[in-house]
Design a protein around this ligand. Structure first.
Ligand SMILES: *Cc1c(COP(=O)(O)O)cnc(C)c1O
Length: 374
């Protein structure tokens, strides 16, 4: 990710790049010097402790990636064949895949036009006697309508699995995402707000779920009797080396969030006055974080117009991306139903470079390129 091809116009600006400028190197060196390179070692528990403390939950379970965090959380809640889990159609595919891994069925719903998170009205309509959980995704760092979703879950006796992969540090009514639902699932992939290269975490206050997740993460091995297995489990462990990087990352967490806030502000300041562009919103009662700065063209724009914008930016060596394809438009989750809000966002949304160290001068050049190409 750091070795970008250099072109005649200068270095390519990537969409994301990890910031490993703190104690990462020292802590990794410590793992190598002590030989604690696998999934036992002090950094794993330390990383879990720091995550639980910073998110505000009693427990945290480190996993090998964000997808295994989601799968482990669902398995820990006892979700399996015959169950339904409500998932937004606008998300990264891992959200739905984790449900599929359990044997349960992901039931897709549309999203809200402002937050891009699952629409509580659609969720309520999608509930059946088989529904066991709802899986809100705080997309691009914007908290979902958690008050309404938690209310629905309470009325119907459903678990809430928050997908916090893109929203580490976001809050809703002052509570951090990951501490609002029954469980919160984080990803530490290389482009996420906190990275361990690959990695994940589940946060929860639910003791029974926590105990089950710890067993399932480690091949289903009994915590009382070594090499005794009561259930079929997985190997979803994080390594001590990855956790070492995670501990170093968390030491800079507040500064990282502030730096990303500044990037979002710099983009919005230069783009918000253009009536053709809709910038990420500030929602009352919510505190979003800037994962990847993602805006959209206004409703009249077509997919070819958005794609032309992306192509123009790529030509100027600014890496950029379209918004995720809605799940119902892809083969594994194809549905005939219409999800008009998700489809409109997917047609018009675009992601601009967002990483700690991205200079305001580069942001200004990117915004100039966006306006010129429109
Ligand atoms: C990144 C991401 C995941 C999966 O995380 P991995 O660590 O890549 O497995 C899940 N959900 C969302 C919304 C994500 O952005």
């Amino acid at each position: 990710m750091t070795h970008e091809p250099v072109t005649t116009r200068g270095a390519r600006i990537p969409v994301a790049r990890p910031d490993l400028s703190g104690k990462e190197r020292d802590y990794v060196a410590e793992c190598i010097a002590t030989g604690w390179v696998s999934s036992q070692g002090a950094f794993v528990e330390e990383f879990e402790r720091r995550m639980a403390a910073s998110i505000g939950t009693t427990y945290a379970v480190a996993t090998s990636n964000g997808t295994t965090a989601l799968h482990l959380a669902l398995a820990g809640l006892g979700i399996g064949p015959g169950d339904e889990v409500i998932v937004p159609t606008l998300t990264f595919i891992a959200t739905a895949n984790a449900v599929t891994f359990t044997g349960a069925t992901p039931v897709l719903v549309d999203v809200e036009p402002i937050t891009w998170g699952m629409d509580p009205v659609c969720v309520e309509r999608a509930i059946t006697p088989r529904t066991k959980a709802i899986l809100p995704v705080h997309l691009y760092g914007q908290p979902c309508a958690m008050d309404a979703l938690m209310d629905i879950a309470a009325r119907h006796g459903l678990a809430v699995v928050e997908d916090v992969a893109e929203a580490h540090g976001a809050t809703s009514r002052g509570v951090r995402a990951g501490a609002i639902g029954t469980v919160g699932c984080f990803s530490f992939f290389g482009n996420k707000i906190v990275t361990t290269g690959e990695g994940g975490m589940v946060t929860t206050n639910d003791r029974a779920c926590y105990e089950r997740m710890r067993v399932l993460r480690d091949h289903g091995m009994s915590k009382e009797r070594r090499y005794w297995h009561d259930v079929v489990g997985y190997n979803y462990r994080l390594t001590n080396i990855q956790a070492a990087i995670g501990c170093a990352q968390l030491e800079r967490f507040d500064a990282t969030i502030r730096a990303r806030d500044a990037i979002a502000a710099a983009y919005t300041m230069r783009l918000a006055d253009d009536s053709r562009i809709v910038c990420p919103p500030q929602v009352l009662g919510a505190r979003s974080v800037c994962w990847l700065y993602t805006a959209r063209l206004d409703e009249r724009a077509t997919a070819p117009a958005r794609d032309a914008l992306l192509a123009a930016l790529q030509r100027e060596c600014f890496d950029c991306r379209p918004v995720f394809f809605p799940l119902h438009t892809m083969p594994p989750y194809a549905r005939a139903d219409a999800f008009p809000v998700a489809e409109r966002i997917a047609r018009t949304g675009f992601t601009l470079p967002t990483y700690v160290g991205l200079g305001e001068d580069v942001i200004a050049r990117i915004c100039d390129a966006v306006r010129r190409s429109l």
